[in-house]
Each structure stands twice: as structure tokens, then as C-alpha cells.
Write a protein that binds this ligand. Structure first.
Ligand code: ADP
Length: 408
């Protein structure tokens, strides 16, 4: 028994000593690992067993990290270099609208200094209610134009990442001056042309009274051309006015039913029974729908669409002036069973003087400016124009007014 007990004790002792040595060895290795991790390198300590595998895996991981860090740094460097070279002011904001980063162009344009302005809210530095409202609304689908000191600046904001924003601002002072000059030139030239045309028209009228068989036809032709030129001039002046006049008063309300009745009655007398013109406004009657903006401008836009339908629909064709309402949009449109338009022309229809068939437009008394006027009026009312058309089948021109804007 005694011998057995002594044997048992010495085994336990051996086990204990073995375990202690193993723990000490691991502690030593752990210490070595901690030193190596502080300064990882290719030269790993001389180890055996599982530790060798641990070092191998850790070294692989370390190398992968180093590679991706190098890649990230190079991307960041490239990004910084390109944004620094950008002529546009670029600012990065966090979700609280605080400045995180800006390029030298932004520093110059807004007088920003990295030491004091990083971390500042942008609306504390660009102190304009219009800018604060734009940021707050978070609808960056359209750029914002602001007058900052003597400069006209256009802002484009792009949300990205987790609530961050990239602001890109451009000085458009000289561009806008050029645009003003172009607008003034067209407006002045149009006004200047009006007087000689009135004089010519007066003389032609006198000559028409004494015209004989030979001169009657040429004089009529001249008179027709004078009428046409007068129409072009009036529409050019109207376009210049739409471009340069102040933003429309959105507190003014326009009753859809009333304006469409107005446009419809005017078109009936112009058409003289040549087409079947229908007015479908039940949807707007029920909701007593209102558009916000200028009655006169909207009447002109809807009337241009209806006149076009009359112009480009053969006699006895069907024309419908309609309105629809849903929770997001109030729409006013004109549908016709007329000539239709090939799809390739559709994106260009609202350009000045763009016609699908110049001869037909002239013949029908068109100026090529009607849809350009429609587009300008709709832009001023935050609305958009949707065109659907098929050659030989007819067209639908629809003006969509977002309900959110009608509630302002
Ligand atoms: P215009 O005075 O020539 O009618 P607009 O700017 O009003 O000028 O229209 C541009 C062109 O679009 C027209 O010349 C015509 O070719 C085409 N267009 C406009 N409305 C219609 C329509 N309802 N059906 C077919 N073509 C149309």
C-alpha cells in the first residue's frame, strides 16, 4: 500500500511539473508573440508546434492588411489630388451638416480655413435662409443658385455613405452674365423689330385698298408674313420675359376647372367645329383642385398644347383636354388622334424653333416656340412635361404638378 501511495504521489508530482513547464513555455511564447505583434516583421521567433502555425496565419493576415491599407492610402491620395485639382469647390459634410473636408477651391470661394472651419456647421458659414432651407429639405434633385457677395454660385449636393454629403459649388457669374446678355439682346432686337413691322403693315394695308389683280396676291402674301413675324416676335418677347422675370408667386391659387374651361372655350371658337373637342375635368371638380402659381402663364401653356393638337390633327379628329389627380400629382393634359410624332423627335420638341415638319408647322401658323414656352412655364411652376406619341395614331402632352408644391 505504502509503495503504491508513493508511486501515485510521484506520478502526480511529475504531472504537476510537466504541466507547470508547459504553462511556462506557453507564457514565454505569448510574451514573444506580444513583442512580435508590437512590431510585426518577416522574422518570426523560432517556435515549434501550434505556435508555428499561429505565427504563419498571423503573418499572412498582417500582410493582407498591409496590402489593403496601401491600396486605400493610394486611392485616398488620388482622390485628394483630383479633388484638389478640381476647379469646383468641393466640401464633404457629415450627417449633422458639419464640414469634414474641403478642397483649396472651396477654401478660396467660401474663405474656409481648415483649422477653424473643420467641424463647423456649413449653414453657420453660408448664412442664407435659402441655403438652410435647401439643406433641411434634403431634396437635391435640382441644383441651388445663390448670390454670395458679388458672385452667382450654383450648388450640387450628392448624398453618399452613411448620411454624408458631397457639395460641389461652381462660380457661374460670367456664364450668367453671358446668359443675361443673350436674353437682353433677343428681347431688345424683338422690340426694335416691332416698330418697322407696324409701319410696313400700315403701308401694306393702304396699298391693299388700291390693289389691282396683279398686286393683290403679292400684297396678301406680304401681309401674311408680317403677321407671322409679329407672332414670332411676340413669342420671343414672352420667352425672354419668362426667363428673366422674378419667381412666380406660389401663394396665388389657380382653380383647375376654371382655367381649363377658359382654355377649352377659347379653343372651340378658334377651331370652328373642325374637330371633336372634349373637356374631361370630373377628377378636378371633385377635389376642387388648385394649382399654385400664375393664372396667365398656365393658361398660355395649356392653350399652346390645345392649339398644337388642333394644328396637328386632321379635320374631324378627336381632341381631349383633361385633368387627373392622385395623391402625389395633379395633371393637366391634351390627347389627340392626330399625326403623332416619331420617338426620335420627342426629346427635342421643347427646344426653340425645333419642328418635326417645318413646312407643316409654317402652313398651320406655327412659330416653333410654343412648346419652349410650355416648358418654361412648367419649370417656373416646378412641374414637368410628359410626352407620349405614336406616328399616325396621335399624341398626349401631359403637365404634371407635384402635389407637395401645391401645398406650399
Ligand atoms: P409650332 O409652333 O411649330 O407648333 P411648337 O413648339 O408648339 O411649335 O411644337 C414643336 C413641334 O412639335 C411642332 O412643329 C410639331 O412638329 C410638333 N408637335 C407639337 N404638338 C404636336 C401634336 N399635338 N401632334 C403632332 N406634332 C406636334
Amino acid at each position: 500500500m505504502l509503495v503504491l501511495g508513493a508511486l501515485n504521489n510521484s506520478i502526480l508530482l511529475f504531472l504537476f511539473i510537466g504541466l507547470l513547464l508547459y504553462v511556462l513555455w506557453n507564457l514565454y511564447n505569448l510574451n514573444q508573440l506580444s513583442n512580435w505583434l508590437a512590431k510585426p516583421s518577416k522574422h518570426t521567433p523560432e517556435v515549434i508546434g501550434i505556435w508555428d502555425e499561429v505565427y504563419y496565419q498571423l503573418y499572412q493576415l498582417y500582410q493582407r492588411q498591409r496590402k489593403s491599407r496601401r491600396k486605400l492610402t493610394s486611392i485616398l491620395n488620388k482622390f485628394q489630388k483630383s479633388t484638389q485639382a478640381l476647379p469646383y469647390a468641393t466640401i464633404i459634410l457629415n450627417a449633422l451638416n458639419e464640414i469634414e473636408w474641403f478642397n483649396p477651391a472651396a477654401s478660396q470661394m467660401f474663405n474656409l480655413h481648415s483649422k477653424i472651419d473643420i467641424g463647423q456647421r456649413i449653414d453657420n458659414l453660408i448664412r442664407q435662409p435659402k441655403f438652410s432651407r435647401y439643406l433641411l429639405k434634403k431634396d437635391f434633385s435640382k441644383p441651388l443658385k445663390l448670390l454670395i457677395g458679388q458672385k452667382k454660385v450654383i450648388f450640387n449636393i450628392t448624398p453618399y455613405g452613411s448620411g454624408q454629403f458631397l457639395i460641389s459649388a461652381r462660380d457661374i457669374t460670367s456664364l450668367s452674365q453671358l446668359d443675361d446678355m443673350r436674353r437682353d439682346f433677343i428681347s431688345n432686337a424683338s422690340h426694335e423689330l416691332r416698330t418697322p413691322l407696324t409701319v410696313m403693315s400700315g403701308y401694306i394695308e393702304i396699298l391693299q385698298h388700291t390693289a389691282d389683280e396683279k398686286t393683290e396676291m403679292p400684297l396678301d402674301k406680304i401681309q401674311q408674313q408680317i403677321v407671322r413675324m409679329n407672332k414670332i416676335i411676340t413669342e420671343l418677347i414672352e420667352l425672354a420675359r419668362l426667363e428673366s422675370s422674378a419667381a412666380i408667386d406660389h401663394t396665388m391659387k389657380v382653380d383647375v376647372k376654371e382655367i381649363l374651361n377658359d382654355v377649352y372655350n377659347e379653343a372651340l371658337s378658334l377651331d370652328n367645329g373642325k374637330h371633336h373637342i372634349e373637356l374631361v375635368i370630373d377628377a378636378c371638380e371633385k377635389q376642387s383642385s388648385k394649382l399654385h402659381g400664375s393664372y396667365e402663364e398656365l393658361r398660355m401653356a395649356f392653350s399652346n398644347l390645345l392649339t398644337n393638337a388642333i394644328r396637328y390633327t386632321p379635320e374631324n379628329g378627336n381632341i381631349k383636354l383633361f385633368c387627373t389627380v392622385n395623391e402625389s400629382t395633379i395633371s393637366v393634359g391634351v390627347e389627340d388622334s392626330g399625326l403623332g410624332i416619331n420617338y426620335e423627335h420627342i426629346p427635342r420638341l421643347t427646344e426653340r424653333f425645333y419642328r418635326v415638319d417645318e413646312g407643316r408647322s409654317r402652313e398651320q401658323g406655327g412659330t416653333g416656340l410654343g412648346l419652349a414656352i410650355v416648358k418654361h412655364v412648367l419649370d417656373r411652376h416646378n412641374a414637368s412635361l410628359a410626352i407620349q406619341s405614336e406616328t399616325g395614331k396621335g399624341s398626349t402632352f401631359r403637365c404634371d404638378f407635384p402635389v407637395s408644391h401645391q401645398k406650399q
